[in-house]
Ligand binder design. Structure first.
Ligand code: C2E
Ligand code: MG
Ligand code: MG
Ligand code: MG
Length: 268
């Protein structure tokens, strides 16, 4: 039966696959409603310096689902990316983040100096009007663009690299800084890395986790720090969960730190 149905025919004989397709469609629909009904939340996780002083936050998206509770981005970002919903959703995150920066500036005190990092989907960057969209977001909110950081992953290097560089440079000229997220897990070519206007590399938490037990992970962390130094970039270690990891990374010369040891993501 499956052969005669042809290669492209939808086959309903696999209940597990059918269930997955239905689940995905349901998630997509619910996600569209989430955006419309205001179920998205922006959480923040502190970023600290070598003295463990908070210097900023990373904005992390959450979905306050009426039945499922707080849904993690790992469970819905991939679906949002496939359906294109990541574009209006990313727009919401940018506006929300800029409003937060403006509120910190108004409140004064040390928060007025904090930066806020926003995660971007490669699909956002590929929009022809991306530079204008970002500029409109900080302008309309009255936020200082020098406090806004944009986090990209190495997967963006798979697409039109010249276009990416042009857009990044236009935004960098506005004072916005870029960080390369989850560094070490992707496809980075060192030749490209040097051409991107990056202010920061973020060591992926998979290298931080076993840093003290696994000499290979320690070597990777050291190598990233050396690379960043010669490219004049800062390094942020993510996933720092213990004082011992903090101490080891600090001794290696790491500049900035993020992880449960300093604070979990919480409502901004
Ligand atoms: P990411 O940008 O690498 O964010 C760090 C993730 O590590 C966060 O997960 C954070 O909660 C988690 N984390 C932080 N410290 C620790 C730690 O000490 N130990 C452990 N085990 N985990 C830690 P989260 O919030 O679930 O976000 C997952 C990913 O979803 C993010 O990874 C980012 O790639 C994506 N994401 C989050 N918000 C957005 C957004 O607004 N837009 C886009 N496009 N992607 C987003
Ligand atoms: Mg990030
Ligand atoms: Mg990260
Ligand atoms: Mg990561």
């Amino acid at each position: 039966h499956s052969k005669s149905a042809g290669r492209n025919a939808v086959r309903f004989f696999d209940p597990a696959m059918q269930a997955a397709v239905v689940a995905r469609a349901t998630l997509q629909r619910d996600l569209r409603h989430a955006l419309r009904d205001g179920e998205l939340r922006l959480f923040g996780q502190p970023v600290v310096d070598a003295r463990a002083q908070v210097v900023g936050q990373e904005a992390l998206l959450r979905w306050q689902h009426p039945l499922r509770g707080m849904v993690s981005p790992a469970d819905f970002i991939p679906v949002a990316e496939q359906s294109g919903l990541i574009l209006p959703m990313g727009q919401w995150v940018l506006r929300q983040a800029c409003a937060q920066l403006a509120a910190w500036a108004r409140a004064g005190g040390e928060r007025a100096q904090w930066s806020l990092a926003v995660n971007l989907s490669p699909r956002q960057l590929r929009q022809p009007d991306f530079v204008d969209t970002v500029q409109a977001a900080w302008r309309e909110a009255g936020a200082d663009p020098r406090r806004l950081k944009l986090e990209l992953t190495e997967s963006l290097l798979l697409h039109d690299i010249e276009d990416t560089i042009t857009k990044m440079e236009a935004l960098a000229a506005q004072g916005i800084q870029f960080a390369l997220d989850d560094f070490g897990t992707g496809y980075s070519s060192l030749a490209y890395l040097k051409r991107l206007p990056l202010a920061q590399l973020k060591i992926d938490r998979s290298f931080v986790r076993d840093l003290l037990e696994d000499p290979n992970d320690a070597a990777i962390a050291r190598t990233i720090l050396q690379l960043a130094k010669s490219l004049e970039m800062e390094v942020v270690a993510e996933g720092v969960e213990t004082a011992a990891q903090f101490e080891a990374l600090r001794e290696m010369g790491c500049h900035l730190f993020q992880g449960y040891h300093f604070g979990r993501p919480a409502a901004l």
